[in-house]
Design a protein around this ligand. Sequence first.
Ligand code: ZN
Length: 502
Amino acid sequence: MLSKNWLLSISLATLAMGFQMQMPFDTSRFQDWLPSNGNSYRHYSTVPLDQLPIDVHQYKNDMVIRINYAENKELKKLLFSSQPENKPEDSNNHKDTKIHYSRWAHNNVKSTVDLQIDEDNLVGLIGRFPSLDYTVIIQDLAQKVYETYPQDFERPGKSKIYAQKDDYVYKSTAEVLDSMKVDVMSELFFREYRPLETIDAWLDIIQQTYPDIITLEEIGHSFENRAYKVVHFSVPDGNVDHSQKKTIVVNGGVHSREWISVSSVLYTVYQLIQLYNENPTSKIFSHLDFLFIPISNPDGYEYTWRSDRLWRKNRQSTLYPGCFGIDIDHSYDYHWIKSSDWACGEEYSGEQPFEAYESQIWEDYLNATNNDHKIWGYIDLHSYAQEILYPYAYSCSEQPRDEENLIELAYGISKAIRVQSGKTYDVLPACIDKDADLLPDLGSGSALDFMYHNRAYWAYQLKLRDSGSHGFLLPSKYIEPVGEEIFAGIKYFCLFILSDDR
Ligand SMILES: [Zn+2]
Protein backbone atom coordinates (compact mmCIF):
# COMPACT_ATOMS: atom_id res chain seq x y z
CA MET A 1 0.00 0.00 0.00
CA LEU A 2 2.08 2.79 -1.32
CA SER A 3 -0.36 5.46 -0.35
CA LYS A 4 -0.61 4.43 3.26
CA ASN A 5 3.13 4.77 3.62
CA TRP A 6 2.88 8.03 1.85
CA LEU A 7 0.19 9.25 4.20
CA LEU A 8 2.14 8.15 7.18
CA SER A 9 5.18 10.03 6.00
CA ILE A 10 3.27 13.21 5.31
CA SER A 11 1.50 12.99 8.64
CA LEU A 12 4.77 12.49 10.49
CA ALA A 13 6.40 15.26 8.53
CA THR A 14 3.56 17.57 9.38
CA LEU A 15 3.59 16.68 13.04
CA ALA A 16 7.31 17.23 13.06
CA MET A 17 6.73 20.70 11.70
CA GLY A 18 4.34 21.39 14.50
CA PHE A 19 1.24 22.03 12.44
CA GLN A 20 -2.15 20.84 13.46
CA MET A 21 -2.80 18.96 10.29
CA GLN A 22 -6.13 17.34 9.71
CA MET A 23 -5.38 13.63 9.34
CA PRO A 24 -6.56 12.47 5.92
CA PHE A 25 -6.22 8.86 7.08
CA ASP A 26 -9.56 7.24 6.50
CA THR A 27 -9.64 3.86 4.82
CA SER A 28 -13.07 4.45 3.26
CA ARG A 29 -11.40 7.00 1.05
CA PHE A 30 -9.31 4.29 -0.55
CA GLN A 31 -12.32 2.46 -1.88
CA ASP A 32 -12.65 4.88 -4.74
CA TRP A 33 -9.46 3.88 -6.40
CA LEU A 34 -9.22 0.26 -5.38
CA PRO A 35 -10.09 -1.96 -8.34
CA SER A 36 -13.64 -3.21 -8.08
CA ASN A 37 -15.74 -6.04 -9.51
CA GLY A 38 -13.01 -7.74 -11.47
CA ASN A 39 -12.13 -4.63 -13.43
CA SER A 40 -8.63 -4.73 -12.10
CA TYR A 41 -5.84 -2.46 -13.14
CA ARG A 42 -2.42 -3.24 -11.76
CA HIS A 43 -0.84 -0.47 -9.80
CA TYR A 44 0.89 1.77 -12.32
CA SER A 45 4.13 1.59 -10.37
CA THR A 46 4.40 -2.12 -11.27
CA VAL A 47 3.75 -1.56 -14.99
CA PRO A 48 6.74 -1.07 -17.30
CA LEU A 49 6.91 2.50 -18.55
CA ASP A 50 6.46 1.57 -22.21
CA GLN A 51 3.23 -0.23 -21.38
CA LEU A 52 1.63 2.75 -19.71
CA PRO A 53 -0.73 4.81 -21.89
CA ILE A 54 1.17 7.96 -20.94
CA ASP A 55 3.83 8.58 -18.34
CA VAL A 56 1.51 8.71 -15.34
CA HIS A 57 4.52 8.99 -13.04
CA GLN A 58 4.28 12.75 -13.71
CA TYR A 59 1.40 12.78 -11.17
CA LYS A 60 2.96 10.42 -8.68
CA ASN A 61 3.12 12.76 -5.70
CA ASP A 62 -0.14 14.49 -6.46
CA MET A 63 -3.54 14.25 -4.87
CA VAL A 64 -6.76 16.21 -5.14
CA ILE A 65 -8.16 17.93 -2.09
CA ARG A 66 -11.32 19.93 -1.45
CA ILE A 67 -10.77 23.02 0.64
CA ASN A 68 -13.57 24.80 2.44
CA TYR A 69 -12.48 28.44 2.52
CA ALA A 70 -15.71 29.75 4.07
CA GLU A 71 -15.05 33.18 5.53
CA ASN A 72 -11.29 33.07 5.19
CA LYS A 73 -10.73 35.99 2.81
CA GLU A 74 -6.98 35.67 2.74
CA LEU A 75 -7.21 31.99 1.81
CA LYS A 76 -9.81 32.69 -0.85
CA LYS A 77 -7.63 35.41 -2.32
CA LEU A 78 -4.73 33.00 -2.58
CA LEU A 79 -6.86 30.24 -4.09
CA PHE A 80 -8.33 32.52 -6.75
CA SER A 81 -5.26 34.57 -7.48
CA SER A 82 -4.84 32.92 -10.91
CA GLN A 83 -1.82 31.25 -9.40
CA PRO A 84 0.67 34.07 -9.86
CA GLU A 85 2.93 32.14 -7.55
CA ASN A 86 3.37 29.60 -10.29
CA LYS A 87 4.93 32.26 -12.45
CA PRO A 88 8.68 31.94 -12.51
CA GLU A 89 9.19 35.72 -12.39
CA ASP A 90 7.44 35.84 -9.05
CA SER A 91 9.63 33.24 -7.47
CA ASN A 92 11.92 35.78 -5.81
CA ASN A 93 9.06 37.41 -3.98
CA HIS A 94 7.87 34.18 -2.49
CA LYS A 95 11.04 32.27 -2.04
CA ASP A 96 9.97 30.57 1.15
CA THR A 97 6.24 30.30 0.73
CA LYS A 98 5.62 29.69 -2.97
CA ILE A 99 2.80 27.18 -3.32
CA HIS A 100 2.15 25.27 -6.52
CA TYR A 101 -1.18 23.74 -7.29
CA SER A 102 -3.68 23.37 -10.06
CA ARG A 103 -7.24 24.47 -9.45
CA TRP A 104 -9.71 21.86 -10.70
CA ALA A 105 -13.01 23.36 -9.70
CA HIS A 106 -14.70 25.61 -7.24
CA ASN A 107 -18.16 25.82 -5.79
CA ASN A 108 -18.99 29.39 -5.06
CA VAL A 109 -22.20 28.52 -3.23
CA LYS A 110 -20.56 26.04 -0.87
CA SER A 111 -17.28 27.99 -0.66
CA THR A 112 -15.12 25.08 -1.72
CA VAL A 113 -12.18 24.74 -4.09
CA ASP A 114 -10.73 21.50 -5.46
CA LEU A 115 -6.97 21.56 -5.87
CA GLN A 116 -4.49 19.18 -7.40
CA ILE A 117 -1.48 19.52 -5.16
CA ASP A 118 1.52 17.50 -4.08
CA GLU A 119 2.45 16.68 -0.52
CA ASP A 120 5.17 19.32 -0.15
CA ASN A 121 2.90 22.09 -1.30
CA LEU A 122 0.06 20.87 0.89
CA VAL A 123 2.40 21.03 3.84
CA GLY A 124 3.33 24.55 2.72
CA LEU A 125 -0.31 25.55 2.45
CA ILE A 126 -1.07 24.17 5.89
CA GLY A 127 1.96 26.05 7.15
CA ARG A 128 0.41 29.25 5.94
CA PHE A 129 -3.13 28.37 7.01
CA PRO A 130 -2.78 26.08 10.05
CA SER A 131 -6.52 25.58 10.44
CA LEU A 132 -7.01 24.68 6.77
CA ASP A 133 -10.32 22.87 6.42
CA TYR A 134 -9.91 20.22 3.72
CA THR A 135 -10.67 16.66 2.72
CA VAL A 136 -8.81 14.40 0.34
CA ILE A 137 -10.87 13.58 -2.75
CA ILE A 138 -8.30 11.62 -4.75
CA GLN A 139 -5.41 10.08 -2.90
CA ASP A 140 -3.39 8.35 -5.60
CA LEU A 141 -3.84 10.65 -8.59
CA ALA A 142 -1.43 8.79 -10.88
CA GLN A 143 -3.34 5.53 -10.46
CA LYS A 144 -6.64 7.28 -10.97
CA VAL A 145 -5.35 8.80 -14.21
CA TYR A 146 -4.05 5.42 -15.36
CA GLU A 147 -7.45 3.82 -14.81
CA THR A 148 -9.27 6.22 -17.13
CA TYR A 149 -7.51 4.79 -20.20
CA PRO A 150 -8.89 1.58 -21.69
CA GLN A 151 -7.05 -1.38 -20.24
CA ASP A 152 -6.03 -2.59 -23.68
CA PHE A 153 -5.01 0.87 -24.86
CA GLU A 154 -1.46 0.76 -26.03
CA ARG A 155 0.79 3.68 -26.33
CA PRO A 156 0.73 5.05 -29.88
CA GLY A 157 3.70 3.74 -31.81
CA LYS A 158 4.24 0.82 -29.46
CA SER A 159 1.63 -1.62 -30.66
CA LYS A 160 0.73 -3.54 -33.78
CA ILE A 161 -2.44 -1.53 -34.16
CA TYR A 162 -0.83 1.86 -34.05
CA ALA A 163 1.77 2.00 -36.80
CA GLN A 164 3.86 5.13 -36.92
CA LYS A 165 3.84 7.15 -40.09
CA ASP A 166 5.65 10.45 -40.27
CA ASP A 167 5.16 11.02 -36.55
CA TYR A 168 1.41 10.78 -36.97
CA VAL A 169 -0.50 7.76 -35.86
CA TYR A 170 -1.95 6.17 -38.92
CA LYS A 171 -4.48 3.43 -39.16
CA SER A 172 -7.46 2.82 -41.30
CA THR A 173 -11.04 2.90 -40.23
CA ALA A 174 -11.37 -0.82 -40.79
CA GLU A 175 -8.37 -1.56 -38.59
CA VAL A 176 -9.82 0.43 -35.73
CA LEU A 177 -13.18 -1.25 -35.87
CA ASP A 178 -11.60 -4.67 -36.35
CA SER A 179 -9.46 -4.07 -33.34
CA MET A 180 -12.49 -3.10 -31.28
CA LYS A 181 -14.39 -6.09 -32.63
CA VAL A 182 -17.62 -4.15 -32.54
CA ASP A 183 -20.16 -3.16 -35.07
CA VAL A 184 -20.82 0.50 -35.38
CA MET A 185 -24.13 0.61 -33.52
CA SER A 186 -22.89 -1.53 -30.68
CA GLU A 187 -22.93 -0.11 -27.20
CA LEU A 188 -19.47 -1.61 -26.77
CA PHE A 189 -18.08 1.57 -28.24
CA PHE A 190 -19.24 3.31 -25.06
CA ARG A 191 -17.67 0.90 -22.61
CA GLU A 192 -14.44 2.89 -22.70
CA TYR A 193 -13.26 6.39 -23.47
CA ARG A 194 -11.88 6.50 -27.01
CA PRO A 195 -8.88 8.27 -28.53
CA LEU A 196 -9.30 10.75 -31.37
CA GLU A 197 -8.58 8.39 -34.27
CA THR A 198 -11.04 5.81 -32.97
CA ILE A 199 -13.74 8.45 -32.62
CA ASP A 200 -12.97 9.67 -36.14
CA ALA A 201 -13.31 6.12 -37.45
CA TRP A 202 -16.62 5.67 -35.62
CA LEU A 203 -17.95 8.93 -37.07
CA ASP A 204 -16.87 7.88 -40.58
CA ILE A 205 -18.72 4.60 -40.27
CA ILE A 206 -21.81 6.31 -38.86
CA GLN A 207 -21.82 8.65 -41.83
CA GLN A 208 -21.36 5.78 -44.29
CA THR A 209 -24.15 3.81 -42.62
CA TYR A 210 -26.61 6.72 -42.49
CA PRO A 211 -25.64 8.91 -45.45
CA ASP A 212 -29.15 10.35 -45.78
CA ILE A 213 -29.23 11.86 -42.33
CA ILE A 214 -25.63 12.36 -41.25
CA THR A 215 -23.04 14.59 -42.86
CA LEU A 216 -19.59 15.03 -41.40
CA GLU A 217 -18.40 18.54 -42.06
CA GLU A 218 -14.79 19.59 -41.64
CA ILE A 219 -15.15 23.27 -40.95
CA GLY A 220 -11.54 24.20 -40.23
CA HIS A 221 -8.21 23.07 -38.88
CA SER A 222 -6.61 23.43 -35.49
CA PHE A 223 -3.18 24.85 -34.74
CA GLU A 224 -1.70 21.36 -35.13
CA ASN A 225 -3.70 20.91 -38.32
CA ARG A 226 -6.33 18.51 -37.06
CA ALA A 227 -9.77 18.67 -38.64
CA TYR A 228 -12.46 20.46 -36.68
CA LYS A 229 -15.51 18.30 -37.29
CA VAL A 230 -19.20 18.99 -37.08
CA VAL A 231 -21.73 16.18 -37.24
CA HIS A 232 -24.71 17.57 -39.11
CA PHE A 233 -27.73 15.44 -38.26
CA SER A 234 -30.58 16.35 -40.54
CA VAL A 235 -33.48 14.19 -41.61
CA PRO A 236 -34.87 15.37 -44.95
CA ASP A 237 -38.57 16.12 -44.86
CA GLY A 238 -40.51 16.93 -48.00
CA ASN A 239 -42.80 19.31 -46.15
CA VAL A 240 -40.29 21.33 -44.16
CA ASP A 241 -37.51 23.25 -45.86
CA HIS A 242 -34.10 22.75 -44.24
CA SER A 243 -33.64 26.45 -43.62
CA GLN A 244 -36.97 26.57 -41.78
CA LYS A 245 -35.94 23.96 -39.26
CA LYS A 246 -34.85 24.94 -35.78
CA THR A 247 -31.22 24.06 -35.23
CA ILE A 248 -29.90 22.67 -31.96
CA VAL A 249 -26.17 22.78 -31.28
CA VAL A 250 -24.51 20.46 -28.77
CA ASN A 251 -20.78 20.50 -28.23
CA GLY A 252 -18.29 18.82 -25.92
CA GLY A 253 -14.58 18.58 -25.31
CA VAL A 254 -13.86 22.32 -25.20
CA HIS A 255 -11.69 21.53 -22.19
CA SER A 256 -9.76 18.49 -23.24
CA ARG A 257 -9.53 16.72 -19.89
CA GLU A 258 -13.33 16.66 -19.59
CA TRP A 259 -13.62 13.36 -21.47
CA ILE A 260 -17.15 12.63 -20.27
CA SER A 261 -18.37 15.63 -22.29
CA VAL A 262 -16.94 14.10 -25.48
CA SER A 263 -18.46 10.68 -24.86
CA SER A 264 -21.80 12.27 -23.97
CA VAL A 265 -22.05 14.12 -27.30
CA LEU A 266 -21.23 10.87 -29.12
CA TYR A 267 -23.78 9.02 -27.02
CA THR A 268 -26.41 11.62 -27.90
CA VAL A 269 -25.71 11.10 -31.62
CA TYR A 270 -25.95 7.37 -31.07
CA GLN A 271 -29.27 7.63 -29.20
CA LEU A 272 -30.70 9.99 -31.79
CA ILE A 273 -29.92 7.41 -34.49
CA GLN A 274 -31.69 4.76 -32.40
CA LEU A 275 -34.66 7.08 -32.07
CA TYR A 276 -34.62 7.65 -35.81
CA ASN A 277 -34.56 3.91 -36.47
CA GLU A 278 -37.58 3.47 -34.22
CA ASN A 279 -39.58 6.48 -35.35
CA PRO A 280 -38.20 8.24 -38.44
CA THR A 281 -41.25 10.47 -38.80
CA SER A 282 -41.01 11.95 -35.30
CA LYS A 283 -41.46 15.72 -35.12
CA ILE A 284 -38.01 15.91 -33.60
CA PHE A 285 -36.62 14.95 -37.00
CA SER A 286 -39.03 16.78 -39.27
CA HIS A 287 -38.75 20.11 -37.48
CA LEU A 288 -35.32 20.10 -35.85
CA ASP A 289 -31.82 20.09 -37.25
CA PHE A 290 -28.75 19.20 -35.19
CA LEU A 291 -25.13 20.23 -35.15
CA PHE A 292 -22.93 18.13 -32.89
CA ILE A 293 -19.32 18.91 -32.14
CA PRO A 294 -18.01 16.00 -30.08
CA ILE A 295 -14.44 17.29 -29.92
CA SER A 296 -14.27 21.07 -29.82
CA ASN A 297 -10.57 20.99 -28.98
CA PRO A 298 -8.95 18.26 -31.11
CA ASP A 299 -5.33 19.15 -30.30
CA GLY A 300 -6.02 19.27 -26.59
CA TYR A 301 -7.93 15.99 -26.68
CA GLU A 302 -5.13 14.24 -28.52
CA TYR A 303 -2.66 15.66 -26.02
CA THR A 304 -4.61 14.13 -23.13
CA TRP A 305 -4.18 10.72 -24.80
CA ARG A 306 -0.48 11.14 -25.53
CA SER A 307 1.10 13.30 -22.87
CA ASP A 308 -0.95 14.86 -20.12
CA ARG A 309 -4.38 13.48 -19.14
CA LEU A 310 -5.14 16.68 -17.25
CA TRP A 311 -4.51 19.20 -20.04
CA ARG A 312 -7.33 21.75 -20.36
CA LYS A 313 -6.61 24.37 -23.06
CA ASN A 314 -5.90 24.01 -26.76
CA ARG A 315 -2.26 23.60 -27.86
CA GLN A 316 -1.44 26.68 -29.89
CA SER A 317 1.70 28.67 -29.28
CA THR A 318 1.44 31.95 -27.42
CA LEU A 319 3.44 35.14 -27.19
CA TYR A 320 5.47 33.46 -24.50
CA PRO A 321 7.99 30.85 -25.63
CA GLY A 322 7.38 27.55 -23.89
CA CYS A 323 3.79 28.44 -22.93
CA PHE A 324 1.13 26.66 -24.95
CA GLY A 325 -2.60 26.88 -25.18
CA ILE A 326 -5.52 29.25 -24.88
CA ASP A 327 -8.70 28.57 -22.94
CA ILE A 328 -11.18 28.30 -25.84
CA ASP A 329 -14.03 29.08 -23.46
CA HIS A 330 -12.43 32.45 -22.74
CA SER A 331 -11.87 33.39 -26.34
CA TYR A 332 -15.31 34.46 -27.58
CA ASP A 333 -16.01 38.06 -28.34
CA TYR A 334 -18.74 38.94 -25.93
CA HIS A 335 -17.63 41.09 -23.00
CA TRP A 336 -14.19 39.66 -23.50
CA ILE A 337 -11.53 40.84 -21.10
CA LYS A 338 -8.04 39.48 -20.92
CA SER A 339 -7.50 36.89 -18.22
CA SER A 340 -5.34 37.73 -15.26
CA ASP A 341 -3.82 34.30 -15.73
CA TRP A 342 -0.51 34.21 -17.56
CA ALA A 343 0.17 32.34 -20.80
CA CYS A 344 1.26 29.12 -19.11
CA GLY A 345 -1.79 29.17 -16.84
CA GLU A 346 -4.87 27.05 -17.39
CA GLU A 347 -7.19 30.02 -17.73
CA TYR A 348 -5.15 32.02 -20.23
CA SER A 349 -7.45 33.91 -22.61
CA GLY A 350 -4.92 34.90 -25.24
CA GLU A 351 -4.27 38.57 -25.98
CA GLN A 352 -7.47 39.20 -27.93
CA PRO A 353 -10.88 37.63 -28.60
CA PHE A 354 -11.03 34.80 -31.13
CA GLU A 355 -7.30 34.21 -30.83
CA ALA A 356 -8.03 30.54 -30.14
CA TYR A 357 -8.23 28.75 -33.48
CA GLU A 358 -11.33 26.82 -32.47
CA SER A 359 -13.41 29.83 -31.44
CA GLN A 360 -12.54 31.58 -34.72
CA ILE A 361 -13.41 28.46 -36.74
CA TRP A 362 -16.79 28.29 -35.04
CA GLU A 363 -17.48 32.00 -35.55
CA ASP A 364 -16.57 31.73 -39.27
CA TYR A 365 -18.80 28.70 -39.67
CA LEU A 366 -21.74 30.44 -38.03
CA ASN A 367 -21.31 33.44 -40.28
CA ALA A 368 -21.02 31.30 -43.40
CA THR A 369 -24.10 29.23 -42.56
CA ASN A 370 -26.23 31.97 -41.08
CA ASN A 371 -29.02 31.44 -43.58
CA ASP A 372 -28.95 27.65 -43.36
CA HIS A 373 -29.21 27.33 -39.63
CA LYS A 374 -31.67 29.11 -37.39
CA ILE A 375 -30.03 28.28 -34.12
CA TRP A 376 -32.61 27.98 -31.36
CA GLY A 377 -30.80 25.93 -28.80
CA TYR A 378 -27.22 25.66 -27.61
CA ILE A 379 -25.83 23.24 -25.07
CA ASP A 380 -22.16 23.28 -24.13
CA LEU A 381 -21.08 20.19 -22.20
CA HIS A 382 -18.33 20.37 -19.60
CA SER A 383 -17.44 18.65 -16.36
CA TYR A 384 -17.54 18.36 -13.43
CA ALA A 385 -20.15 19.60 -10.91
CA GLN A 386 -23.61 18.34 -11.95
CA GLU A 387 -24.85 21.80 -12.75
CA ILE A 388 -26.99 23.51 -15.35
CA LEU A 389 -25.73 27.04 -15.86
CA TYR A 390 -27.71 29.70 -17.65
CA PRO A 391 -26.46 33.05 -19.01
CA TYR A 392 -24.80 35.32 -18.37
CA ALA A 393 -21.38 34.13 -17.25
CA TYR A 394 -19.50 37.41 -17.44
CA SER A 395 -21.67 39.35 -15.00
CA CYS A 396 -24.74 39.01 -12.82
CA SER A 397 -25.75 42.58 -13.60
CA GLU A 398 -26.99 41.87 -17.12
CA GLN A 399 -30.38 40.24 -16.98
CA PRO A 400 -30.95 37.49 -19.54
CA ARG A 401 -33.99 37.93 -21.77
CA ASP A 402 -37.05 35.87 -20.91
CA GLU A 403 -35.35 34.95 -17.65
CA GLU A 404 -38.31 33.22 -16.05
CA ASN A 405 -38.68 30.76 -18.93
CA LEU A 406 -34.93 30.34 -19.23
CA ILE A 407 -34.79 29.20 -15.61
CA GLU A 408 -37.91 27.07 -15.92
CA LEU A 409 -36.47 25.27 -18.92
CA ALA A 410 -33.26 24.63 -16.98
CA TYR A 411 -35.27 23.07 -14.16
CA GLY A 412 -37.13 20.99 -16.73
CA ILE A 413 -33.84 19.62 -18.07
CA SER A 414 -32.67 18.96 -14.53
CA LYS A 415 -35.87 17.07 -13.77
CA ALA A 416 -35.60 14.98 -16.95
CA ILE A 417 -32.10 13.99 -15.82
CA ARG A 418 -33.28 13.16 -12.32
CA VAL A 419 -36.15 11.04 -13.61
CA GLN A 420 -33.71 9.15 -15.83
CA SER A 421 -30.95 8.47 -13.33
CA GLY A 422 -31.85 9.90 -9.95
CA LYS A 423 -28.95 12.34 -10.19
CA THR A 424 -29.38 15.95 -9.12
CA TYR A 425 -28.12 18.73 -11.36
CA ASP A 426 -28.27 22.13 -9.68
CA VAL A 427 -29.58 25.08 -11.66
CA LEU A 428 -27.81 28.41 -11.26
CA PRO A 429 -26.73 31.47 -13.21
CA ALA A 430 -23.28 31.01 -14.74
CA CYS A 431 -22.14 34.30 -13.19
CA ILE A 432 -22.72 32.85 -9.72
CA ASP A 433 -20.84 29.69 -10.64
CA LYS A 434 -17.93 31.79 -11.91
CA ASP A 435 -18.19 34.30 -9.07
CA ALA A 436 -18.11 36.82 -11.92
CA ASP A 437 -18.87 39.91 -9.89
CA LEU A 438 -15.80 39.33 -7.74
CA LEU A 439 -13.58 37.75 -10.39
CA PRO A 440 -14.78 39.24 -13.68
CA ASP A 441 -12.05 37.77 -15.84
CA LEU A 442 -13.03 34.18 -15.02
CA GLY A 443 -16.49 34.49 -16.56
CA SER A 444 -15.70 36.59 -19.60
CA GLY A 445 -15.50 35.53 -23.24
CA SER A 446 -17.45 32.30 -22.76
CA ALA A 447 -19.09 30.35 -25.56
CA LEU A 448 -22.29 30.36 -23.49
CA ASP A 449 -22.59 34.15 -23.43
CA PHE A 450 -21.53 34.53 -27.04
CA MET A 451 -23.99 31.96 -28.34
CA TYR A 452 -26.79 33.20 -26.13
CA HIS A 453 -26.32 36.83 -27.02
CA ASN A 454 -25.71 36.43 -30.74
CA ARG A 455 -27.21 33.16 -31.92
CA ALA A 456 -29.25 30.85 -29.75
CA TYR A 457 -32.48 31.84 -28.08
CA TRP A 458 -31.97 29.20 -25.39
CA ALA A 459 -28.47 28.40 -24.18
CA TYR A 460 -26.92 26.49 -21.30
CA GLN A 461 -23.65 25.13 -20.10
CA LEU A 462 -24.02 21.71 -18.48
CA LYS A 463 -21.36 20.50 -16.11
CA LEU A 464 -21.67 16.75 -16.05
CA ARG A 465 -20.87 14.20 -13.35
CA ASP A 466 -19.66 13.91 -10.84
CA SER A 467 -19.76 16.26 -7.88
CA GLY A 468 -16.23 15.50 -6.81
CA SER A 469 -15.34 11.89 -5.99
CA HIS A 470 -13.59 11.41 -9.33
CA GLY A 471 -13.63 14.90 -10.79
CA PHE A 472 -12.24 14.91 -14.33
CA LEU A 473 -11.28 11.26 -13.93
CA LEU A 474 -14.78 9.81 -14.00
CA PRO A 475 -14.39 6.04 -14.59
CA SER A 476 -15.54 4.71 -17.95
CA LYS A 477 -18.35 2.68 -16.39
CA TYR A 478 -20.22 5.98 -16.08
CA ILE A 479 -20.10 6.79 -19.81
CA GLU A 480 -23.42 5.09 -20.53
CA PRO A 481 -25.40 6.27 -17.47
CA VAL A 482 -24.22 9.84 -18.00
CA GLY A 483 -24.95 9.53 -21.73
CA GLU A 484 -28.46 8.32 -20.91
CA GLU A 485 -29.23 11.13 -18.50
CA ILE A 486 -27.85 13.80 -20.81
CA PHE A 487 -29.82 12.42 -23.72
CA ALA A 488 -32.94 12.58 -21.53
CA GLY A 489 -32.14 16.22 -20.76
CA ILE A 490 -31.49 17.07 -24.40
CA LYS A 491 -34.69 15.35 -25.49
CA TYR A 492 -36.61 17.52 -23.03
CA PHE A 493 -34.79 20.57 -24.43
CA CYS A 494 -35.79 19.54 -27.98
CA LEU A 495 -39.45 19.04 -27.09
CA PHE A 496 -39.54 22.44 -25.42
CA ILE A 497 -38.06 24.11 -28.50
CA LEU A 498 -40.49 22.25 -30.76
CA SER A 499 -43.38 23.71 -28.80
CA ASP A 500 -41.84 27.17 -28.60
CA ASP A 501 -43.73 29.10 -31.26
CA ARG A 502 -42.29 32.58 -30.99
ZN1 ZN B 1 -14.87 22.88 -19.05
